[in-house]
Design a protein around this ligand. Structure first.
Ligand SMILES: Cc1cc2nc3c(=O)[nH]c(=O)nc-3n(C[C@H](O)[C@H](O)[C@H](O)COP(=O)(O)OP(=O)(O)OC[C@H]3O[C@@H](n4cnc5c(N)ncnc54)[C@H](O)[C@@H]3O)c2cc1C
Length: 474
């Protein structure tokens, strides 16, 4: 612990964001880093707690106090070495993780938490800049072959670790590029895709083979992988979007959020986008249905495309600004969040339900008909939604984006082809060693746990790799 009194002297300071008037005109990352001395000063706030709750709450078990100390001392090599022991892709989590660690930082009991996420981002970018991130080419190969299906953070972490264990890994990815939702869902203004490309280049040098534009179950038979590989790891994500059920749902101009976001991400990277199916917000009244992060990404994208107005609707009530009794420290609190995209301009409506979508004479969306709702507990303590009488409203809309989450993985493809058992929510069912109902098939990430976070996907990828390694060597 570099400065035992750091937390008493230094206040939390974040890098902040580029000014709205500037950032709204481009897709470059909006968040700014502090300079080196500012960052090191922030790391000095870490109290090196006896029980480090940040370490406990991080799904990856990142060893925060140790690398905060190394960062404070400017020992970049050591900080990076500690960080990469537990996290394959700190450059992803350092940019987009909601930072479960900060919510449980002991300093947050009566002060503001250490800026752990931004510190992580600084350490890993510095490590790349200084050439500390070098290819680690396995010296011995086991002769075992593993197929990984799906190149999101779970599949990438699994492939990375399996390769480091000495197995020969081929990763099959349906899209032209790997990265999953981190590449095609999360907008460039939150995470520049060069960050992914840099990491993939390294993994290629280390020996991972990427077979992109190859959808397993279509371009290559799922069953063939069972013959050609010693183990198969399925990390296809949870990509079946939750749909809106209401009158007028089949009206033109209503799109799934991911279809919209992936087009913009492809355009930013110079990938081909089909002109006929282009979804554009320019000069349109845009209504985003769904109040979460995906919805917020749609808001930021629509504003950059020049939307006339942007509304974001949420069925649930606005969460509280501060912790309440039912979400005490060090648990993760469900609090009201205002993202950088929200600050760029949008009207947020809470506790509203969409009742009907009205179309114009050409069958395109014209208006949304909604109503306010109220959530009350019934006798069994369950929350029940009721419409508020007389609270009906309409909103003009030329483009409606559905951002209501994802229900489970796509079942067409490897899941059905291989006859994998599913759990009650439709995710791939596995045992305690991530093994599915079919030998030697394993599953991890959102495909197994349901739609989640990058940090959980990386963690699952690491854990499934360890299980596959055990299986192959037993
Ligand atoms: C718009 C959006 C914003 C998000 N923002 C954040 C955020 O800010 N912070 C955060 O922590 N999390 C965020 N998330 C969630 C996070 O991105 C996911 O939890 C995470 O990417 C899941 O990783 P995964 O590897 O399990 O699946 P995915 O990332 O979904 O990757 C699955 C991969 O499998 C491929 N695939 C599917 N089927 C096949 C097949 N048959 N053959 C070959 N390949 C196949 C897909 O093309 C994809 O590349 C966001 C998600 C979305 C949609």
């Amino acid at each position: 612990m570099g400065d035992p009194k750091g937390f008493l002297k230094v206040k939390r300071r974040e890098g902040g964001y580029r000014p709205v008037e500037e950032r709204i005109n481009d897709y470059h990352e909006v968040e700014i880093q502090l300079d080196e001395s500012g960052r090191r000063e922030q790391a000095s706030r870490c109290m090196d707690c006896g029980v480090a709750f940040c370490h406990w709450s991080c799904p990856l078990g990142n060893i925060m106090p140790e690398w905060q100390d190394a960062l404070y001392r400017g020992d970049w090599k050591y900080a990076y070495e500690i960080l990469q022991q537990t996290n394959n892709f700190p450059e992803f989590t350092g940019r987009v993780c909601p930072a479960l660690c900060e919510a449980s930082c002991v300093l947050a009991v009566n002060d503001e938490p250490v800026t752990i996420r931004q510190n992580e981002w600084f350490v890993i970018d510095k490590a790349w800049e200084l050439g500390l991130v070098k290819p680690r080419i396995p010296q011995n190969r086991t002769g075992k072959k593993v197929a990984v299906i799906g190149g999101g953070p779970a599949g990438l972490a699994a492939a990375d670790n399996l390769n480091q264990f000495g197995h020969t890994v081929t990763l099959f990815e349906a899209e032209a590029n790997v990265g999953g939702f981190v590449r095609y869902g999360i907008p460039d203004f939150k995470l520049d895709k060069k960050v992914i490309e840099r990491r993939i280049g390294l993994m290629e040098e280390e020996g991972v083979v990427f077979r992109t534009s190859t959808r397993v179950g279509k371009d290559i038979a799922s069953e063939s992988l069972l013959k050609d590989y010693d183990a198969v790891c399925i990390t296809i994500g949870a990509r079946k979007p939750r749909d809106l059920v209401c009158e007028g749902r089949d009206t033109g101009g209503i799109h799934m959020a991911y279809d919209y976001l992936s087009q913009q991400n492809k355009s930013c990277s110079g990938e081909k986008v089909c002109r006929e199916s282009l979804i554009q917000a320019l000069d349109k009244d845009v209504v985003v249905i769904g109040g979460g992060d995906t919805g917020s990404d749609c808001v930021g994208t629509a504003n950059r495309q020049g939307a006339r107005s942007v509304y974001q609707l949420e069925l649930l009530p606005q969460p509280p600004a501060h912790r309440t009794e039912d979400m005490p420290w060090p648990l993760w609190p469900r609090l009201h969040k205002v993202s950088s995209s929200h600050k760029e301009g949008c009207v947020r409506l809470w506790s509203v339900s969409t009742k009907r979508i009205e179309s114009d004479s050409e069958g395109n969306v014209k208006k949304i008909h909604g109503v306010k709702v109220q959530w009350d507990k019934d006798e069994s303590g369950r929350f029940v939604m009721k419409e508020v009488p007389g609270s009906d409203f309409t909103l003009n809309a030329d483009l409606v984006l559905l951002a209501m989450g994802f229900v489970h993985p796509e079942h067409d493809g490897p899941v059905n082809d291989l006859g994998l058992e599913k759990d009650e929510r439709g995710n791939i069912k596995v045992d305690s060693s991530f093994k599915t109902s079919v030998d030697p098939v394993f599953a991890a990430g959102d495909a197994r746990r349901g739609a989640s976070l990058v940090v959980y996907a990386i963690d699952e990828g690491r854990r499934v790799a360890a299980e596959i390694d055990q299986y192959l060597l037993s």
